[in-house]
Write a protein that binds this ligand. Sequence first.
Ligand code: ASP
Length: 346
Amino acid sequence: MAKIPHILLIYTGGTIGMVKDFETGALKAFNFDKLLNAIPELNHLNCTIDTFSFESPIDSSDMSPKEWLLIAEVIEECYNNYDGFVILHGSDTMSYSSSVLSFMLENLSKPVIFTGSQLPIGHLRTDAKENLITSIEIASTQNKNGKPLITEVCLYFEYKLYRANRTTKINAEHFEAFSSPNCMPLAESGVHLKFNKQLIKTNSSQNNFQVRKKLCDDIVILKLFPGITEQVVKSILEIKKLKGVILETFGSGNATSKPWFISLLSKAINNGVKIINVSQCHGGSVIMGKYETSIKLIEIGVISGFDITTESAIAKLMYLLGQNISDSNFKADFETPIRGELTIHK
Ligand code: ASP
């Protein structure tokens, strides 16, 4: 008989963990030790649940590499004792955190599901219960061999399970707060929980689970707009210790072809700064060379992000810069999908 899955719920903060104090009307942090008492529905799930909470839960706007490392280390320490992990996290930066974790956690053979909510768990019309309950159900789902079905970092929100490093927060009002413009959901929850099995990654590696802990934060996002001045681009590219730039370009990866712009970028690349071309468009891909305006970018060594999101590009850049990759391999490594984060268009 298959063993009942054992799930660790990690609470980092965010709206989901708030309850209304019905005496004062104020929102206050929820006591996660009492989780099963407060949400008795969880007792009906076919799994056992333990909880771990950040000592001081935070709004996700305060997330940083320090908190990402903490989440990764909790998973590392508990990896052998649990069958799956559900991370409760504020929705505002959930796509960044979950993308970073997807790179930090190597050779995963268990599910790590990020979720949160738009309304606190104690609110009458809350979306928190469905998000939480279904995330735990997904984390507990096994294949026919009794092994976890999901073996990657995902984000579950409003009836959809996404590959985390493909998501972006698109709405601060609707319950449907996330979208994954270049990758279909891995599962949808309706009357049945339907998994899109062709898309779900299988862990074929023989190597053991490992946590990659080094992240480099000497990076910046440079978002282009028509009329951006030489002075602005120059001062960004001359930031001391700068190692990487996410260059948010137009359409399929186009940028101004003005000589000063190309020359500033080229100088930064020659000084060892890695520049990644990511489109400002949510759907579709960077295709450098499609238009004349991006041919120069190829020539000077700009790296293509293809259809990666900005959130995932930031995460991958922090991760790869932390891995001591040689200058000659960096471009090829960035342009190769390692956790399903991009699709290559040649
Ligand atoms: N500001 C909150 C956060 O990201 C919003 C939320 O939880 O949805 O922590």
